[in-house]
Design a protein around this ligand. Structure first.
Ligand code: C2O
Ligand code: CU
Ligand code: CU
Length: 490
């Protein structure tokens, strides 16, 4: 279409104006009261590299005192002395260098959950690196290719080490994000098991029956705090980047009937947003949501955690728990200026074609040995004895995962994203890139994964970490010979 010069200039100006409206969040002013998120604001790992495309941080695992509430102190296992560990912030395409040192009483590693790292950086002991002994160091050095919220945690005795407090968030920002919300907070959800006398509940309580269930902590934490508070302006949108870092607990959150607009998941933005009354996150999963709490000045909205049915024994005698309070400040409610469009970030995601895909069938199983001990397995065989799935770089696989047990298992694949399929093998919409998906008890989940060219022995496992410890783990050997399974801890 041809416009007269003057009109064309006006059209260009209008397009320009609409671009600036969707400029990156930090370009716009906050709509929230000063200090609105001070209860939950995470410490950030300082970047000591002046190169704008390199983020270089120190990460020190050590035992340190943590105050989870005014009357609750614990000697936690921490990164840099904080519970959770520091927020690491980078931009998609940056190189991240992490100088890790281990001042814990035992060996550990750092795994970068969801990041498409080279295998040498995956943090699995004896597969991708030797475990970092007490007193040892290791330098992690890789590019963060994809925007999204990720997280880091140990992969040695992980149910115990994560349970004691070792986890942190890694936020990979998109320099060209279409999400025009100025106020953003990263929320690391977890729980911790305290024995009431200043110590931890033993990580092996209940023996293999405790393992079969998946031990949950008895204090719910948001960024390491019990019952924190956000102080907000009614109606003003805020973006929550949420990760479930609990070792076994699923979170089902509600906002007293107000809605969450879910815009993203594990691997960045969704194809299109969805509006939800409940936000459910299995261990390991992430959500990117916009909320705009409504209410009269001085009122409160409680974010509640509801019992979630993850199988036998998980909801009986369980109460709804208060997780966090949202206080509506005195300021006049915010209403979006006339003419602004509703926030609806979209993302073009290509469905991964299943044409010519190899089929992989996996059963999650549980067995009781002669001595009565429970043991999880893949196709009836626990990790130490099971055989790898094999794949070639560039190969596409459709996995059919059948959970034959009475407990739900959040399946997590290292190193690669997948897309979830329905019963007919078609993509579930909105499309999203996932690395962790719940396989509910006695149900089947299908997914499609295309391996890019990063050869290696990549793990998959249940992210209820007790279940992983109890045998629910396996490996995909992509373009490399199989690794023996017996020695590698979860
Ligand atoms: Cu967050 Cu092997 O996992
Ligand atoms: Cu992982
Ligand atoms: Cu499990």
């Amino acid at each position: 279409m041809l416009y007269p010069a003057g009109l064309r200039a006006a059209v260009i100006a209008a397009v320009w104006a609409s671009c600036t409206l969707s400029a990156p969040a930090h370009a716009q002013g906050s709509l929230q009261p000063d200090g609105w998120d001070k209860d939950v604001r995470l410490a950030e790992a300082p970047d000591r590299n002046p190169d704008p495309h390199v983020v270089e941080v120190d990460l020190d695992a050590r035992v340190a005192p943590a105050d989870i509430a005014p009357d609750q102190h614990v000697e936690a296992w921490t990164y840099n002395g904080g519970l959770p560990g520091p927020l690491i912030r980078a931009r998609a395409g940056d190189r991240l260098v992490v100088h890790f040192s281990n001042h814990l009483p035992e060996a550990t590693t750092v795994h970068w959950h969801g990041i498409r790292v080279p295998i040498q950086m995956d943090g699995v002991p004896d597969v991708s690196q030797p475990p970092v002994p007490a007193g040892g160091t290791f330098t992690y050095d890789f590019v963060v290719p994809d925007a999204g919220l990720y997280w880091y945690h140990p992969h040695v005795m992980s149910a115990a080490q994560v349970g004691f407090g070792l986890y942190g968030a890694l936020l990979v920002e998109d320099p060209a994000t279409p999400v025009a919300v100025a106020d953003e907070t990263v929320l690391v959800l977890s729980d911790i098991g305290l024995d009431g006398t200043g110590g931890f509940e033993p990580p092996d309580s209940g023996g293999t029956t405790g393992m079969a269930f998946g031990r949950e902590g008895n204090h719910l934490l948001v960024n390491g705090r019990e019952h924190p508070r956000l102080v907000v302006r009614a109606g003003a949108p805020q973006r929550w980047r949420v990760v479930n870092a609990a070792k076994s607990r699923f979170f089902h959150l509600e906002l007293e009937g107000q809605t969450f607009t879910r815009i993203g998941g594990d691997g960045g933005l969704l194809e299109y947003p969805v509006s939800l009354e409940a936000l459910v996150l299995a261990p390991g999963e992430r959500a990117d949501v916009i909320v705009a709490p409504a209410g009269a000045p001085g009122s409160e909205i409680v974010v509640r955690a509801y019992p979630f049915n993850r199988g036998f024994g998980s909801v009986e005698y369980r109460a709804v728990e208060d997780l966090m309070t949202i206080s509506i400040a005195g300021a006049a409610p915010y209403s979006p200026p006339a003419g602004t469009l509703p926030l609806a970030p979209r993302r073009a995601i290509d469905p991964t074609s299943t044409d010519g895909a190899t089929n992989v069938a996996i059963d999650f199983t549980i067995a009781q040995r002669a001595n009565g001990a429970f043991e999880y397995g893949i196709n009836g065989v626990p990790f130490a004895k099971n055989h790898s799935v094999t794949a070639r770089p560039g190969e596409t696989q459709v996995w059919t995962i059948t959970n034959k047990t009475k407990w739900s298992h959040p399946f997590h694949l290292h190193g690669f994203f997948f897309q979830v399929l329905d019963e007919k093998g078609r993509q579930v919409h909105p499309l999203e890139w996932k690395d962790t998906v719940n396989v509910p008890f006695e149900q089947t989940v299908r997914l499609v994964v295309r391996y890019d060219d990063r050869p290696g022995n990549w793990m998959f496992h249940c992210h209820v970490l007790d279940h992983a410890d109890g045998g629910l783990m396996g490996m995909v050997d992509v373009g490399v010979p199989p690794a023996g399974h017996a020695s590698h801890g979860p």
